[in-house]
Design a protein around this ligand. Sequence first.
Ligand code: GLA
Length: 399
Amino acid sequence: MKEVQSLLGVFTEVFGPGAAPVVVRAPGRVNLIGEHTDYNEGFVLPVAVDFSLFLAARRRKDRQVKAYAVDRQELVSFSLEDSFSYDHDHRWSNYLQGVLRVLQHACARAESGEELPGIEVAFTGKIPPGAGLASSAALEVATALAVQELNGLSFDRPALARICQQAENEFAGVNCGIMDQFVSLLGKAGHALFLDCRSLEYRQLPLELGEYRLLLCQSGVRHTLADSEYNRRRRDCEEGTAFFSRRFPEIKSLRDLTLTQLETCREEINPVLYRRLLHVLSENLRVEESVAALEARDLKTFGVLLNASHDSLRYLYEVSCAEIDLLVELAREVPGVLGTRLTGGGFGGCTISLVQEDAVEDFSRRVLTNYQQQTGITPVLYEITAAGGAELIQKGDEE
Ligand code: GLA
């Protein structure tokens, strides 16, 4: 593999000769439907995609970590002996550092209480950062898998996903759910992953689209309020849960709230909160309906659900933005498009569209040209297929 050869070349240049490192691959993801439901213990339906991050790592004798981001040509050092400090200049390193810290804690509890040694690590990726394709989750997952392999740890994949999510929540400042890390670890080629974010039970659903294609359109924008608004939405959901659990003690999260209960109390909560909650509830239902539609190969219904999901994200949850809405509107005008919506956390990133094979060219011409004319930004279009989850590509030398 070309990427791996060149990564190994850079690894030796930066860290010098020595034991062969462990090499892992971790993919990014595209969520088909189920947005902002994961942190409400709801349902999601993402796929792992063919954009991957490759990471090489080997153990050190001391507790230093030396990490090199190949694409940025940035080297960061820190010691596992010191306490965590957020690195504002190299934000990528907080993901890596976070995973090491959480793993260290988890090892102290679960395994023999052993301390993790330092590592030398280098990574490179084809996942465009800021595109909403979960490049940070891929870095967390790759780090966790490599450290697990280097130290003979035995966390199963759902447990590793939790560790990565915790790293992002506690050390990177985003209170994300578990979807991105989970699908990066457990995605399966040709399948979408139907995940219950409460129990972490999941089902691999064959993604059979017949004469239809899934197109990913990268808007080229990511608004700076993305992280703060994300955390705000999460707080809104917590407020909603607190309100309804006082009223209905069986409610532990928004997963438990029904539309009837929401409507009963509509006058008692503020209208913004009502809209947020209505999105979460209806989106959960749409995921279940999408699974049924895909199983019945009813792509028309799936397309209708994609459109409804976007409208809900736009008007109820209010996490879309002008550029994404423009992409969606342009896509909907193209004959042969069954549905289209914002995918990922929002405030920029990408849309996905379900497009008839014969309409792909027309789609590409009309959507891309008009978007460019109206925004001055050149969008990027990819056809996506469901790829496999993270994997070990090379075992390191035994030391
Ligand atoms: C981001 C988060 C996920 C999820 C989505 C929205 O990608 O990392 O956990 O909440 O937003 O569905």
